[in-house]
Design a binder for this molecule. Sequence first.
Ligand code: CA
Ligand code: CA
Ligand code: CA
Ligand code: CA
Length: 289
Amino acid sequence: MNKIKNILAITFAIILIYSCGTSNNSFIDDFDHEAQALIDNDTLVQFLKNHYYDLSSDSIKLVISGKVALYEEIQTMSITENEINYTLYYYVKDAGTPNLDKGNPTVMDSVFVNYEGKRIVNTDSISKPFEKNINIWFTLDRVIGGWTHGFTNFKGGDNITGNGPITYENGGKGVLFIPSGLAYANSGSSSGILPNQCLVFHIELNDIVKDTDHDNDGVASIFEDPDKNDNPKDDDTDQDGLPNYIDSDDDGDGTLTVYEDANGDGNPMNDFNDPNNPSLPDYLNPVIK
Ligand SMILES: [Ca+2]
Ligand SMILES: [Ca+2]
Ligand SMILES: [Ca+2]
Ligand SMILES: [Ca+2]
């Protein structure tokens, strides 16, 4: 199973670089991203006040008398990226009620999704879809920040594929409303997304790979986070430029992490053999090889 998770992660990472950008906006320009975040939030709030979710057509429409504005039903997440605070808005049509409950994906897990992306043109107007896909895998660490965090609010469904096409039921379903700073920021994208444009994604979460292990070393990517700041991308124990979650020898001592498993239970996280440093697992401790 670990091997499958690893293969999935690599395959999907390649797709993602071309299809959805990355969440590592480097922000090396002198653009005022903080000011843009405030503008985007005003846009999103007003857009949500001006629209409602039409359940019968699964679409977003201008609010009319008798309908409840999305703003009254919306949920929010506070996200900090590149030291800028963002609010991600998401509408839950169905959080997901699978018979086989794998839990929610983490920000490092692989997800199997259907989606349709639209641009917020202005607070009264939304574009036609600029991109849509069904039954496509992504790893949430390699997509725009709005996706990375947004999908963690939903559960995958049940695979009921028989002899026919791939089919899922009971998966999470909803809409993500994403500020530009958690999408394509001030650069936009070749698929017609303008700089500083807020995006809307209708999403369905068909399935997830829980505890995705990018480097197949027995430590799930979400746990390759020694500084425990919920971001495994900034941890590089041996400082070789490869973050731990994609480094097969985390402490750079020449013994692969997968073999730093003295008790042989397949989990390198529970092996502690340095009496001088009893709380540091062997795979992060170059003294223990
Ligand atoms: Ca790993
Ligand atoms: Ca970290
Ligand atoms: Ca490293
Ligand atoms: Ca090692």
